[in-house]
Structures are given as structure tokens and as C-alpha cells.
Design a protein around this ligand. Structure first.
Ligand code: SAH
Ligand code: SF4
Length: 349
């Protein structure tokens, strides 16, 4: 069976009206089974279900956090696993999606990095995360208005599949999302940033900088050996000039590594003229992490120093920490701190 989510809405089976009906069932109604598509002729439903599959998962497990976010653990059809997080802010339902199983970048502070690289996700597997979450939440996939590609994996190292998935997210007959509400977060792969600028889809870019100097950056991000900060910032400047989209810089504060005042000052200097926004992320701990987070007072001081130098700065206090759903905690671990049983759903159809 072939994955139907690999097709753009205009490539779906059927013609004209029928094709639009199928797109509507998939992306507006969130059908995970062709049998649900009751306004299609029965013969057509049967033929479709022989040739195509909708879900990409053998199993979907949901772990609700005390703060309302939900971590989803997906078992793919080949038995490999990946994760996503659902964050229902008032009036703003957001999903954090994965682009890979594991990640090859190996950042020392990231639990996904410690897993190593499993494989790239297909476009269908990326989209299926949204459909499975909507299904489990009992909402239309179109109610999910915000997507952040900040789960497992480095999206710019799987850009072909990521772009394909984004096209269906943006498509008026797909998920009909606004490009401003899709954020792609990258460790900084210059070639990928240039390609994204060329595609000009209007999505937001978040750059995981984490250090303004190459020496520190190389200590915590192995891929930084290949891409110096100056080269990455040149690519970001190009992205900004081409798309006029303000770039966010993410900065996870690690004790004694990247939290010195001189690093705040150097960061402010580097970002001049970029109309950038800095998002400081308190380190989310995970078992066996070789680094520690900057204490709260240090985080506030770093933020103050940046603000004093005129850099728009915010601090992202992560959600879902109790179920291992916060930034950088995705490592396929079943939460142990739960007082209730996880919801299990067999989505293997
Ligand atoms: N690979 C992409 C997207 C996934 S990571 C990237 O690196 O940008 C999403 C964000 O979480 C990144 O900014 C990443 O640096 C950050 N992060 C990773 N591990 C973290 C941790 N343990 N605590 C806080 N933030 C972390
Ligand atoms: Fe990969 Fe991003 Fe984690 Fe680094 S921070 S290992 S790039 S997922």
C-alpha cells in the first residue's frame, strides 16, 4: 500500500469533485480510514483502501503532561519510533513535529542527539503526526494552526521531505495553514538556509545558535566544526534580505559554557542589523546529560544584558517537562513520573 499523504491535494486520486472530497476528508475531517468517507461511492472507497494507506503509524501512544501539553510517541510501520508534542494554548493549538528518527547532529545538550541518527522521516510521516494528534484530540486537523519543526531531527538535513510536507500544510485544500505560523528550527546548515530562502514559502526560521563564538559552539554542537558562526550568519542575513521574515535565535543556557556576560555582549554585536529576536531556553534536563543548565538568576541576568544592548529577548519556560516533552528531551523514553496510565491507540491501518 502506498502512502496517500505523499501526494499534494491536487495529485490525490479521483478527478475534480471526487478529489476535492478526498482532500476534505483527509485534512478537514481528519479521516484515518477510507470507510469513513461515506459520500464516496462504496466501490471507490474499497478501491482506495486497497491501494492507499492514510496512517503511517503502527501505534500511537499519548502521555499527557500536568501543564496540558501531550507527548505523542509514534511507532512507525518499520518499527522505528519518533515523537511529537501537542501544546493547546488558548486560541492557539500548536504541534511540535519531528523530521527524523533521532538526529545526526549530536549536540551534547540534546537527548535526541544522544540517540544518534535513525533515519529521515518521509513527508507522509511528518504530516501524519498532525493527523494522528488531531484524531486523538477529537479536533479537525485544520484546527491546529501552528507548527514548529522542533521535535526530533534536523529539518534542513531532510529538506526535500520537509518541504513537501510544508506544501501540503500550506495548501488551501490541504491544512490551509498560514506560512507565518510554521517555524522551522535549525542547528544552522548554510546550504539548507539558502535553499529555504530560494523556495520563499514564507515560513519562519529559528536558528539554534547557542554560542556567539566558534570555540564554545564547537564544544556543544559537533556540526559547528563544519559551519563557522560567520558563515551561518551570512546565510541568515541572506534569508532575511530575501524573505523579510524576522529570524529568531535560540539560545539554550548552559552553566559555565555559554552564559558569560561577554558572550551576551558578543551575541548582541553579531545580531546588529538583523532585526533578530533572541529566545533564551532554560536547559531541560535529561538522564545522563553531560551538561547542566544555568540557574534562574543567571538566565535573567543574561536576558537583562541582551535587553540593555537593545536586543529583543524573551525566555521560553518550556512546557511538558514532567513527561519528557520539553525542547531537547525527546528520546523515545516512556515517562516514569506519571500517576495515570497512558492512552494507547492502535492506528495501524
Ligand atoms: N534540530 C533542530 C530542531 C530540533 S531541537 C535544532 O536544533 O534547531 C529544538 C530546539 O531545542 C533547539 O533550539 C535545540 O537547541 C533546543 N534544545 C535541544 N536540547 C535541549 C535541552 N535539553 N534543553 C533546552 N533546549 C534544548
Ligand atoms: Fe539534532 Fe537539534 Fe538535537 Fe542538535 S539540538 S542534536 S540538531 S535535534
Amino acid at each position: 500500500m502506498r502512502p496517500i499523504l505523499e501526494l499534494l491535494p491536487e495529485e490525490l486520486p479521483g478527478e475534480g469533485y471526487r478529489r476535492a472530497q478526498i482532500a476534505h476528508w483527509l485534512y478537514a475531517r481528519g479521516a484515518l480510514d477510507f470507510a469513513e468517507m461515506t459520500d464516496l461511492p462504496k466501490g471507490m472507497r474499497e478501491a482506495l483502501s486497497k491501494e492507499w494507506r492514510i496512517s503511517e503509524f503502527a501505534l500511537v501512544e499519548a502521555y499527557p503532561s500536568r501543564d496540558g501539553s501531550v507527548k505523542y510517541l509514534f511507532t512507525l510501520l518499520d518499527g522505528k519510533k519518533t515523537e511529537a508534542v501537542y501544546m493547546p494554548y488558548p486560541n492557539r493549538k500548536t504541534v511540535c513535529l519531528s523530521s527524523m528518527v533521532g538526529c545526526p547532529a549530536g549536540c551534547t545538550f540534546c537527548a535526541t542527539g544522544a540517540l544518534g541518527f535513525g533515519r529521515n522521516l518521509t513527508a507522509a510521516e511528518i504530516l501524519a503526526q498532525i493527523l494522528a494528534i488531531a484524531h486523538h484530540q477529537g479536533i479537525s486537523p485544520r484546527e491546529i494552526r501552528n507548527v514548529v519543526l522542533m521535535g526530533m531531527g534536523e529539518p534542513l538535513l531532510n529538506l526535500g521531505n520537509v518541504l513537501k510536507a510544508i506544501r501540503t500544510m500550506l495548501h488551501p485544500k490541504g491544512l490551509a495553514m498560514s506560512p507565518r505560523r510554521i517555524t522551522l528550527s535549525t542547528v544552522g546548515i548554510p546550504k539548507g538556509i539558502y535553499r529555504l530562502a530560494e523556495e520563499d514559502l514564507g515560513v519562519r526560521l529559528a536558528l539554534s545558535l547557542h554560542a556567539p563564538d566558534d570555540e564554545t559552539r564547537r564544544k556543544i554542537i559537533p556540526t559547528a566544526q563544519r559551519y563557522p558562526v560567520a558563515e551561518i550568519l551570512e546565510a541568515v542575513r541572506h534569508y532575511y534580505a530575501k524573505t523579510k521574515r524576522r529570524v529568531t535565535f535560540e539560545y539554550t543556557l548552559l552553566k559555565g559554557l555559554n552564559d558569560h556576560p561577554w558572550q551576551a555582549r558578543l551575541l548582541a554585536k553579531l545580531l546588529k542589523g538583523l532585526s533578530a529576536h533572541v529566545n533564551l531556553i532554560p536547559f531541560n534536563p535529561w538522564e545522563g546529560a553531560p551538561v547542566a543548565g544555568t540557574p534562574k538568576a543567571g538566565i535573567l541576568a543574561f536576558a537583562e544584558e541582551l535587553k540593555r544592548l537593545g536586543v529583543p529577548t524573551s525566555i521560553r519556560w518550556s512546557r511538558g517537562r514532567d513527561v519528557g516533552a520539553a525542547c531537547g528531551q525527546l528520546a523515545l523514553k516512556t515517562p516514569t513520573s506519571l500517576t495515570f496510565t497512558p492512552l494507547l491507540e492502535d492506528a495501524g491501518r
